[in-house]
Design a protein around this ligand. Sequence first.
Ligand SMILES: [Zn+2]
Length: 378
Amino acid sequence: MHELISTEPRNCDICNSKDLEILFKYNKTVKTQNHLFSFDVNNTICKSCGFIFVSPVYKEKSLNKYYSDTFPRFNGQNEDFDAEKRIAVIDKFKSRATQILEIGANQKGIFFSKLNDKFRKVYTVEPGSSEGHNFKNISEIKETFDLIIHYFVLEHIPNPKDWLSKIVYLLNTDGVLIFEVPTIDLYSSFFEPLALYEHTNHFSCRKLEELCALVGLRLLYCSQNECSRPFGHVFVFCKNPEAQNGQMEIKDEYQSNKSYFLRGLEKYAEYEDVLANTADFVNRNPSKKGIIWCANLNSFNLFEKLKKNNLLHVIDSDPLKSNFFEQLDILVKTPECATVEINEAEYVIICSKIHERDILNAFRKIRNNEDRFKTLFI
Ligand SMILES: [Zn+2]
């Protein structure tokens, strides 16, 4: 079934202006377990204050249907963030909290077990299809908490002001809220958060602080270094009963935020070109034997542009990635298990910039002849 995600009008959440300018508009169709969903993505900037967000925005009901049918994360897949950094910030601000609520917990991995060691009770909320959580929705929660955490969730929320005010309601007086989001000052180095159709908010640190002030939260701490992923910031807010609407000055960030976003878009366009050229090479050479090295977002994006090709193999040194491309019926092999494919390959596509050198070394180590082969990089 093909379904268009329905939308509704959205003014600026911070200054309520309707005066918006479109920055990046596209349509994206996504396959979930049982459906195809189509997103009309309209990234706009508020001309009065510079907040960047999707407008019209996805309706919550339609969005919930999409999230509840997305593929659950593979069990055992490595956590793609630094759990130690999260724990360090929690330790710094947890004070006397004995129970904690995590919103958008997804899989229960190393981070969850560390929380379990630290707190008497860890509550989790997860709207997706993952099992084993206490709640599916924050409106089901009756308890209140000294500490609430969420990581890379707020950028997905279609109505962030309402959502945050519900969270403030769940916080005890003096309670602390710790969360992480991607921030637009880093988009020129990391364009992925800009290019993800699910993201309905693109925050600068200042816009985020202004939004939080509107629901009675006061900023205690903010750091890029201590964020568990390289493309965001960690924020710590406390409940501030004295904070009333309009107490924080709304700064005009139109110029700076627009330029951060446009620089990210340039990077994204360069990446799309590389993907298209690589896919073109593979599609024009269906009889050549090839290897894609790394099962990750880059190779995933590449496969979206490829025709079916039985001579193309995927290799990743992490054995846990073996079923990364399960949906495509492709088994990801470790280099040790793919010596035949490596020796016969006429080209290799390296999908990880940071591991480029290691991958080429591993490739040459297994390959027992020095025949020429073509190397492509994404
Ligand atoms: Zn605004």
